[in-house]
Design a protein around this ligand. Structure first.
Ligand code: GDP
Ligand code: IMO
Ligand code: MG
Length: 423
């Protein structure tokens, strides 16, 4: 049985959490493949909004197994908070939440190192969520990390101590004057580890292999977005994992030839939180309207998201890198009322119009070239069938499908599960 992937095509926050929740009814297993608590995945149903950071977005369904894959980095403290939140809804998560032994742990000192590194960068800071993501993946690739499976061994605390001591020396090196009380942070960390250890740790690649043999359906859930990918994103303003389709293979142990559909999610416009280039960013009333109507505040940090028009050059690049087979367009409802919409279809680069993403997309290097299309006035939020969509929106969708050479199969018209239109 094949595996499908679902991932964000822009700079994150496309609405992955909502769509994974909507699709879960069709899957036996939902498996997160990379990132950590830098992610904030929002889902909404029965008038309640839930934000998940590490736990896969299928957790609210009765039957599906939710797996935290080896490519994910876990902060036990944040994980415990997530579990506490689920507990408030009387959710029996223990029977349906599995954790890969090969997932790496975020230590308290990783978070402090993140803050020290950012502080040392001054104006060039990445705008990290400061959840310790970069330092944890550095320890993973540096072969120093502590993994979930290590918690089952007797000597893990000694390894922890020696790594934390090294981190303290590194924090001093930054001379960033970050105040912290390691004793307090450690007591919270060790308490959270106890809770983590009440969950089931598995050899997840073997589990997924057997599941495939048994014909189970698997949806791999990505975090962040393709333009934040460590290799293909707007480096260095990126996260520290492969957010693109290949990340699902390494982050779960799934072979590339087992992947069937790649669902690419994008907003009908563009947002970005944190620093880095953003060619179609708006600093005018249109941008403010998108931010206000779209309620564009980060689900993890609460920071305002920068807003701008849809960038088809960047989107096409993401479709290519991921091999997207089906597109899903989110937040179309936010654009209701704009008489004209702009879509960036090329960049002016070294005096010429180009339609691919060049190495450097800093504002001094490129200028977006826009195509204008007619907007729609209708409120979409109460619509539930494709036949109700206004003509101008259908034209917008057809234009994008043609440019991206990929069908748009879902149009989302609001944050609730029910505000989802299939085409
Ligand atoms: P994720 O990180 O990709 O899961 O996305 P986030 O949860 O960080 O951000 C998406 C935000 O948009 C959340 O607040 C969602 O509730 C909301 N959202 C998702 N789809 C829609 C939609 O179609 N319309 C509107 N207005 N909001 C949406
Ligand atoms: P979801 O899964 C949006 C951004 C940060 C920063 C950069 C590096 O909710 O879409 P990091 O904490 O990884 O060191 O931050 O990446 N970033 C996100 N932006 N959505 C996310 O996740 C993000 N995760 C990280 O704002 O610019
Ligand atoms: Mg998010």
């Amino acid at each position: 049985m094949a595996v499908n992937l679902l991932l964000g095509l822009q700079w994150g926050d496309e609405g992955k959490g909502k769509i994974v929740d909507v699709l879960t009814k069709d899957y036996n297993i939902i498996a997160r493949f990379q990132g950590g608590p830098n992610a904030g995945h929002t889902l909404e149903f029965d008038g309640i909004k839930h934000v998940l950071h590490t736990i896969p977005s299928g957790i609210f369904h009765d039957k599906a197994i939710n797996l935290v894959g080896n490519g994910v980095v876990i902060d036990p403290v944040i994980f415990k908070k997530e579990l506490d939140n689920l507990g408030k809804f009387n959710l029996d998560y223990k029977s349906k939440l599995l954790i890969s032994r090969k997932a790496h742990l975020i230590l308290p000192t990783h978070r402090i190192l993140d803050a020290a590194s950012e502080a040392s960068k001054g104006k060039a800071k990445i705008g990290s969520t400061l959840k310790g993501i970069g330092p944890t993946y550095m320890d993973k690739t540096g072969r120093n990390g502590i993994r979930v499976g290590d918690l089952e061994l007797s000597d893990w605390k000694e390894r922890y101590r020696s790594l934390a001591n090294k981190h303290e020396a590194m924090i001093d090196f930054y001379d960033a004057k970050i105040e912290y009380n390691l004793e307090e942070l450690e007591s919270e960390f060790f308490e959270a580890i106890k809770v983590l250890k009440t969950l089931t740790f598995i050899d997840s690649e073997e589990y997924l292999h057997q599941a495939q043999k048994e014909g189970k359906t698997i949806l791999a859930e990505g975090a962040q977005g393709s333009l934040l990918d460590i290799d293909f994103g707007t480096y260095p303003f990126v996260t520290s994992s492969n957010t693109t389709a290949a990340g699902a293979c390494t982050g779960l142990g799934i072979a590339p030839n087992k992947i069937k559909d790649v669902f690419g999610i994008f907003k009908a416009y563009t947002t970005r939180v944190g620093s880095g280039p953003f060619p179609t960013e708006l600093f005018d009333e249109d941008g403010e309207t998108m931010a206000r109507v779209g309620n564009e505040f980060g689900a993890t940090t609460g920071r305002p998201r920068r807003c701008g028009w849809l960038d088809l050059v960047a989107l096409k690049y993401a479709v290519q890198v991921n091999g997207v087979t089906k597109l899903m367009m989110m937040k179309g409802d936010v654009l209701s009322g704009f008489s004209t919409l702009k879509v960036c279809t090329a960049y002016k680069y070294q005096g010429k119009a180009i339609t691919h993403l060049p190495y450097n997309i800093e504002p001094e290097n490129i200028t977006p070239i826009y195509t204008e299309v007619k907007g729609w006035a209708e409120d979409l939020t109460g619509m539930n069938d494709a036949s109700q969509l206004p003509k101008e929106l259908n034209d917008y969708i057809s234009f994008l499908e043609e440019e991206l050479e990929t069908p748009i199969t879902i149009v989302s018209v609001g944050p609730d599960r029910k505000q989802t239109i299939y085409r």
